[in-house]
Write a protein that binds this ligand. Sequence first.
Ligand SMILES: *Cc1c(COP(=O)(O)O)cnc(C)c1O
Length: 462
Amino acid sequence: MRFMTAEPFRIKMIERVKKMTKKDRQQWLKEAGYNIFKIKAENVYIDCLTDSGTSAMSSEQWSALMLGDESYAGCKSFYKLESSVQDIFGIPFVQPTHQGRGADFIMAQIYCETGKYALGNMHFDTFRGNAEIIGTHPVDLVLDVGMDAASEYHPFKGNIDLSKMQRFIDEKGPENINVVIITITCNNNGGQPVSMKNIREVSEMAKKHNIPVVIDSARMAENAYFIKTREEGYKDKTIKEITREMFSYCETTVMSSKKDGLVNIGGLFVTRNESVYHKANHLAIVHEGFITYGGMAGRDLEALAVGLQEACDEQYLEYRVGQINYLGEKLKKNNIPIIIPVGGHGVYIDGKRFFPQIPQCEFPSQRLVCALYEEAGVRAAELGACAFGRKDPESGEDIWPQLEVMRIAISRRVYTNNHLDVIANALDYIYKKRDSYKGIHLVYQGPMVSLRHFTASFELLE
Ligand SMILES: *Cc1c(COP(=O)(O)O)cnc(C)c1O
């Protein structure tokens, strides 16, 4: 029945949020060096900086918290998590970590070597940081349509380009490639899904050359839903049948459970290779916590065990993806340039088309982030010149990324469509006076270029 499209839940507890004045926000922006990461969350009206660790938990998860055991050797809560993970991933060996980057670290330590290459669709920034420390070169091989924020509809813009991958392997030699990491969905270009066919073909190509495949599965349930609704042959499969097939093509998967785990903290390193598991156990003991908790409290293990199952509920996913689409359609109606189709966890605005007068060296998407906060108290994230800009290692010159976007990430089960209307109205207002905006100037960046967006400072250009 098409009229039954409301949230598949009702609200049991609320958190008050404040509306502030534009004058206040201008002051806070200035104090924060025009870096939205330095704004206090309590000074944000609608927070779309991230979808990570921001989900609302269900009453089932809150009651599971109370069952949380002490978390150490052989704790009860671990076994509940282990069987929930095995059920969804179809992979036997489960090492929890304190959050996704803990799993990234372990994965990079096991799979990466100095001077070699890690291939992927688009690598996530915490993996990039790990790779940078080890001296492994992360290489993005996503389809060209996935690199272009103005490109036409494609159902799977997160796919790896197989011919690019083959060419890269031929050119560098398979012995110089440590690993292929498939990020599902692909966060950097819009939360775009990867098709089952692509996961399968990438894994076949990798296997032929003895290169292990890792899936970064932070948003695996959303990816599974896109496969179900967009890929031929999957319409009648359950979400879990789809997740199990996706993960049948990898050796190992790392997950930030702060996304599709529907919890506020936690991560997973899951593998079918027993010797890799044993290495991961030792790295976890040094850096995370014992094998059966990996830095998570027993209550968090319990909430995650339940959250993973809820994330794979089809009614929830229909609502979830439908809500992102609702915002996307509103923006499209107002001619705001977005990446189409919208992805699973947010809407991405094309900074180059929004502010064509601002060159990339003056951070158009970052300017838009500031404008949206200033006008409406909405916090979004820049994924463009600041987050993905690089320095040429020889000349030290700036290399600007092809994708220049602002991400409006939507937290899971947190905001109503009324909140999304505020965002759409604010963007419409800014878009109508877009010609009046000038760029901004980067005045401070930290020691690691790949992580500079977290601590950078800017000044407005007059
Ligand atoms: C969030 C995220 C990570 C890192 O996880 P944290 O839980 O934030 O440490 C890694 N990969 C992807 C794709 C992510 O979205």
